[in-house]
Design a protein around this ligand. Sequence first.
Ligand code: CTP
Length: 401
Amino acid sequence: MTLKDKRILLIISGGIAAYKSLDLIRRLRERGASVRPVMTKGAEEFVTPLAVGALSGGKVFTELFSREEEQDVGHIRLARECDLILVAPATADLMAKMANGLANDLASAVLLAADRPVLVAPAMNPKMWANRATERNVETLKGDGIRFIGPMKGEMAESGEAGLGRMAEPLEIVAAVEALLDGLPKPLAGRTAIVTSGPTHEPIDPVRYIANRSSGRQGHAIAAALAALGAEVTLVSGPVTIPDPAGVTTQHVETAREMLEAVEAALPADIAVMVAAVADWRVAASADEKIKKKPGDAPPALQLTENPDILKTVGHHARRPAVVIGFAAETQDVETNGRAKLERKGADFIVANDVSPETGIMGGTRNSVKIISAGGVDAWPDLSKEDVAARLAAMIADRLS
Ligand code: CTP
């Protein structure tokens, strides 16, 4: 999938070509991208937020002056939490606003706050496109680094007039998105990262072990997301059933002590993300032979001893990475416990999640996390583990830049 894990913010403005944006959403998602739609009032005259939301599989953003929407995500986050902003269709009016820095609705405010690449697919009547005012705006926008796809020659949907003004077809727009994202510098190029993932297995005897329910999905997704941004990633994984991510060096270990050894061997690194559900304890003296049950004997008592804390070791290491991130799997007081962990383990961020059985997070495919740092707490919405990974990778890149 060519756009795997890419986050596209799609701004739909009010032209008849908006009907093509529905297909565009499908095409982008087919290629692995996630699409967050923003619609102008004009766009809502042509396609419904219901249709756009159904195809994008998430919330559609329409309001700037809504307390609920601003508190939920807000225009600044909309502008930042993406890899690319795509305006399709872009009306003459929205382009005029962009060229002049107007920000009186959500779409224009997002565009003014944007620090990501912006690709515009204009659609308008050929006379409007040829108007000197539009030409001036397009020149200004190009000078500001805004990229264009189209408009194309063809017949206008509403008037039958022919000329330059038709919006590029969805697949042409997708190709332009891919070309633009491929050509972008990767923000983590030249950086190294260590990620731990999965559970550890602590032997009781040669056939039995202590384990936990971690699937490794979140840690593996983070390793892949860091690699996608150009980092050279060493993934130290406990025993899992999912495949090694592509583009990452994966080392397989069983126990916490082996995991620590592999992590220390991979230092120095710029980034450490410790996602593994490391067993806190191991059996003090695991048996070399299988423990046999003998008639009349009491069940064996397992004497446990503490495992090394890998995150804490890395967080206080002489070669501590510039960014150290830990996870906090909690079933109660998620924030308080997360904050305490931040301090104790020497991390820059703790990704805290509630793993109570009813959340289905442990072993599941979705995650709902709070990012705890010295600066405060940021609660992310319910996301797929891949989306959590992509956001985390982008956050790390921001922190290092
Ligand atoms: N961790 C680690 N080594 C350990 C235990 C935990 O590296 N021996 C890391 C995990 O990878 C995770 C973080 O520490 O990033 C938090 O782990 P968690 O088990 O939730 O916290 P604990 O410190 O074990 O605290 P508690 O068991 O009291 O929740």
